[in-house]
Design a protein around this ligand. Structure first.
Ligand SMILES: [Zn+2]
Length: 279
């Protein structure tokens, strides 16, 4: 039993690593629609298939459900970059599509569990029972933003369904105390007072939800952490682990963390392709 468990974890971790660099295509050339399909549809389907195989369940059925969920997620990603110009209803629609698609993909081959991140907590619905649990990353990230001196932006938080912060900006447009025009940290983002580049940052918060279904989370690396967290916390650390690894790779290969890592390439690709005109 123990070795089957170990094998499953190893296979899943291998695929998580594969997921990060599956877009290695994008390292050499521009990010494409094919890379998006790999990340949103093919990787979730492959992970669902491995999990179903190890549980002795129908592999094909699990892969199809994950692919279908992934495709819904894919449509949500395409909406994200233009949400600055769209209504709050549209922004929430895209957020719900991401969460529904990711929930379908991550529960493929198992009982359906709907999980949605809202600010520092996750809503988890299964069998008519709804639980609200804090997320490790979802609680820490907003605290970091507050400590850094960002101010909560309640209007934009409500509009995008994700915790938004604002900061004053310098004459060159960069945010006070940072070299970025806007930035995000897992489930949160910080912009200037006008909310410039919120669409780009929204893509990163959607990546946070997508990554939460991957086994790259910290509980898979620290022995006993899962048991300690139990049912009281959600381990939503995969986005940060993924980002950390991608940044380490950029450092090691002399590339830019702001432009060359797959996460950024995806956000810029979506902006250029689906937000017209490009600003
Ligand atoms: Zn970015």
């Amino acid at each position: 039993m123990q070795s089957a468990y170990f094998l499953q974890r190893s296979a899943l971790l291998f695929f998580a690593a594969f997921a990060i660099f599956s877009c290695s295509n994008s390292v050499a050339k521009a990010f494409s629609e094919k890379d998006m399909i790999i990340m949103n549809v093919a990787v979730p389907a492959a992970i669902a298939a491995i999990k179903a195989y190890h549980r002795g369940e129908n592999v094909e059925k699990a892969a199809i459900q994950a692919a279908f969920g992934g495709y819904i997620m894919h449509q949500g990603f395409k909406m994200a970059p233009k949400m600055q110009e769209e209504s709050a209803i549209k922004a929430w629609q895209s957020k719900c599509m991401i969460n529904f698609g990711a929930s379908m993909a991550e529960s493929a081959g198992e009982e359906f569990v709907f999980r949605m991140d809202i600010g520092p907590v996750w809503i988890i619905a299964r069998e008519g029972d709804i639980k609200i649990r804090p997320g490790l990353n979802a609680v820490i990230a907003p605290l970091v933003h507050l400590i850094e001196g960002s101010k909560p932006d309640f209007q934009r938080s409500l509009r995008y369904g994700t915790l938004a912060f604002k900061r004053s900006s310098d004459p060159d447009g960069t945010l006070n105390g940072s070299s970025a025009l806007a930035y995000s940290n897992a489930n949160t983002f910080t912009t200037n007072a006008d909310g410039a580049h919120a669409g780009h940052e929204l893509v990163h918060t959607f990546q946070y939800r997508r990554d939460a279904m991957y086994p790259l989370r910290i509980g898979n690396f620290i022995k006993g952490l899962d048991e300690r967290l139990g049912d009281s916390w959600v381990d939503d650390t995969a986005w940060s682990m993924n980002w950390g690894l991608q940044c380490a790779w950029a450092d090691a290969t002399g590339r830019s963390k702001d432009f060359d890592i797959p996460m950024e390439k995806e956000a810029y690709y979506l902006e250029q392709k689906y937000r017209d005109p490009w600003r």
